[in-house]
Design a protein around this ligand. Sequence first.
Ligand code: ATP
Ligand code: MG
Ligand code: MG
Ligand code: MG
Length: 472
Amino acid sequence: KSWTSAEVRQMFLDFFKEKNHSVEPSASLVPHEDPTLLWINSGVATLKKYFDGRVIPENPRIVNVQKSIRTNDIENVGFTARHHTFFEMLGNFSIGDYFKEEAMKWGWEFLTSKDWIGFDESRLSVTVHPEDDEAYTIWRDIVGIDEERIIRIEENFWDIGEGPSGPNTEIFYDRGEKYGNDPQDPELYPGGENERYLEIWNLVFSQFNHNPDDTYTPLPKKNIDTGMGLERIVCVIQDTPTNFETDLFKPLIEATESISGRKYGESEEEDSSFKVIADHMRTVSFAVSDGALPSNEGRGYVLRRLLRRAVRFAKQIGIDQPFMYKLVPEVAKIMVDFYPEVKEKQSFIQNVIKTEEERFHETLNDGLAILSTIMKQESEKGSNIFPGTEVFRLYDTYGFPKELTEEYVADAGFTIDEDGFMLEMEKQRERARNARQKAGSMQVQEGVLGDVHVASEFTGYDQLHTEAEIIE
Ligand code: ATP
Ligand code: MG
Ligand code: MG
Ligand code: MG
C-alpha cells in the first residue's frame, strides 16, 4: 500500500500517541536557546532542555516531527538519493522513562505491522554497537530478527564530547539489487556508502555521561532519542528511485521543468540540477519563514551560499534569469497542511529570494569571466591552484561565497588556495579595525556602519565549522 507523505507524518504521530506519547510541535529552525548550534539539525535538538534536566516535561514520552537543516551533507545533495539540506525528522523520545526494549519493539512494530507501515520484514536489517550485547539480544530474541541481519558496527556510538552519550542502533531498508548488486563492492552493506541499503531510522540509547576526564559513567536516568527521515521512508513507501520523485519534491521538479524547458530524467547531470534547486528552495523558504535572511555571516551566509549554489546548478539547465522566487508558492502548497508558515509569509519570502537572485545576477557573469581568465592564466603556468587573492576578490566584489568558487573551479580540476584566502580575510578584518579606530569620537554614531563591516568578517565560516563538528 502506498501512502502520501502527509499520511506518513500523521501515522507516525498517531502510532506514538497510542503508546502514550505527547506531541511536541515542530519548533523554529533557528535555535532560540542554544548558541552552539547554527540550525536545529534534529528532533532532539529542540528537546535539549528535557534531556539535560533543565525542564521536567509533563509527560516523559514525547513524539515530534521536526524541521531540520544540515549543511554537513551539502556535497551529497543532488548526488545521493537520500541527502537534503532541509528535511523532516520523525522522532520518539523517552526522558528517563522507557528504554531499549520498548524503543526497539515499537520501532519495529511501526515499520512492519500491517496496521501501520507494513514493510516486509525480510527487507530490513539493523546495525548495533559491537559492545552493545543488550541491543543485539533484544533484536534477536525479543523482536525476532535473524542473526545475519544484525550487524555490529563500531560507528554506532553517539557522542558529542561532554554530556550524555551512548550506543545507537540503526534500521536499514534493502531497496533491492537494482540499487547495487556488485558482490565485490566493499561499501555494499547496511551502514556503507551505497544506495541499496537505505538508513531510515536511528535509535540512540543515551545511557552514559561522558565526563570531563573522558571516562564514561552510567546515567541514573536513561533516555531514548530516535530520528527517522520522513523523505527517506516516503521514498521507500512510494517506491521511487530517490527522495526527489516523492510527493514532497515532485511539484518542485515539475515547476523547474516548465521554467527551464528541460525534462527531468533524461540525463544524470541535469537531474542533479533539478534536485539541488528543489532541495535548496525548501531550505531557504523555511529558513526565511523562521526569520533568517541572506547575509555574509552565520545563518545568513548559509542561505546566501545555498541560493548562489542553486544559481550555479540552474545555469547547467539553461536558466539564466532569476527564477527561484517562483518556486516558493510550490513549496508553500506542498507543505501548507502541516506547516502553514511558508504560505503565510509567501510574498515576503519571494521578495527576499528575488532580491538576492537579482543582486547575484548583476555580478555573476563578470565574476565567471574572471574565474575563467584566472584559470587560463594558472593553467599556462602549469598550476591548478586558484589563488587566494582571487577567491577573496570574487567573494568581496562579486558576491561569490568561497565554497561556490571552490565548486566552480573544481569542475575544471582546480583547487583553491585556502590559506591565501584566509590571509586576505584577515587583512580585511585589520582594515575594518583600523577604520573603526580612526573614527574616534565618531565611534558611537559610526557604530551601525561599523557593525555592518564586522558582519562581513566571515564569522559564518567558523560557525559552520563548529556546526559540522557537532553533527559529525
Ligand atoms: P546518513 O548516514 O545517511 O548521512 P546520518 O546517520 O548522518 O545519515 P542521523 O544523524 O542518524 O543521520 O539522523 C537520523 C535520521 O535522519 C537518518 O537515519 C535519516 O533517516 C535522516 N537524515 C539524516 N541526515 C539526513 C539528510 N541530510 N537528509 C535527509 N535525511 C537525513
Ligand atoms: Mg549524515
Ligand atoms: Mg548514518
Ligand atoms: Mg544515523
